[in-house]
Design a protein around this ligand. Structure first.
Ligand code: HEM
Length: 217
């Protein structure tokens, strides 16, 4: 298992490195820090979405929920690493007057000033809350926590990943509206959200049909 986990980490580190190189060499008018902020945000979203699809997939295959799954855990860890990278960059880029004047108080924005401000505040608060939840989840992502808390409690706390995912949706859509993002990116986030919700339902139904316990109980 240790070798398998090293393979997971090596693959995820390789993908991270490739994404960083591609972002930095991407020929674009955008500043490289802006690019890195967006790429890190989406990389986090992808890692977390895939991690949250693993449980339902196993439930559908085997008819019972799983507690610990190493690939899911490792994806969560790398998602949090990307998330914190974005957290730092986004704070640098958006928590200042220049950003507010461009995306909150300007005259040519899609919504009224009060709405832009509301979106900015809600998006920022949700972003900070994701950071807090990620710290708790990172603390859980090891065998020591699993042993110490016991499978039941550990699993219950691990469900915070869904809270993080929900907050990322609120946060991401708020900033997408503020910055009038391209439809493809808005659609991408919506598809990720829908897949995770749909998979949850499908997993629960599969476990019920197999006569097992409800997932994560
Ligand atoms: C770990 C916590 C966070 C996660 C997982 C996260 C995730 C995301 C995601 C998925 C988007 C994509 C929406 C898009 O622009 O198309 C986004 C955008 C954005 N986020 Fe976050 N976010 C986090 C924390 C923060 C914080 C604390 C701030 C600062 C207030 C912030 C500011 C922004 C900004 C300004 C955008 C717009 C595009 C950009 O510059 O990257 N985020 N975030």
């Amino acid at each position: 298992m240790a070798r398998k986990r090293w393979r997971y980490h090596a693959s995820l580190a390789g993908l991270t490195f490739a994404a960083l190189v591609a972002t930095l060499n991407w020929d674009s008018e955008q500043h490289w820090l802006d690019r890195l902020s967006i790429v890190s945000a989406y990389s986090c979203l992808v890692c977390l979405s895939v991690a949250l699809l693993i449980g339902p997939r196993q439930a559908i295959r085997f008819g019972k929920p799983i507690v610990n799954h190493y690939l899911r855990r490792d994806l969560g860890i790398w998602g949090a690493v990307w998330g914190f990278g974005h957290f730092y960059l986004a704070m640098l880029l958006s928590m200042n007057n220049e950003y507010l004047e461009r995306f909150v108080y300007a005259d040519d924005l899609p919504f009224a000033e009060a709405t832009q401000y509301l979106l900015y505040s809600a998006g920022t608060i949700a972003g900070f809350l994701v950071g807090v939840v990620f710290i708790v989840l990172l603390g859980l992502s090891n065998d020591w926590s699993l042993r110490r808390l016991g499978r039941r409690k550990w699993k219950r706390m691990q469900r915070l990943a869904y809270v993080a995912f929900g907050l990322i949706m609120v946060h991401g859509f708020a900033f997408q509206l503020i910055e009038s993002r391209q439809l493809a990116l808005v659609g991408g986030m919506a598809v990720a959200g829908a897949m995770v919700v749909f998979a949850q339902f499908a997993g629960r139904i599969a476990v019920k049909k197999a006569g097992g316990p409800a997932p994560h109980r």
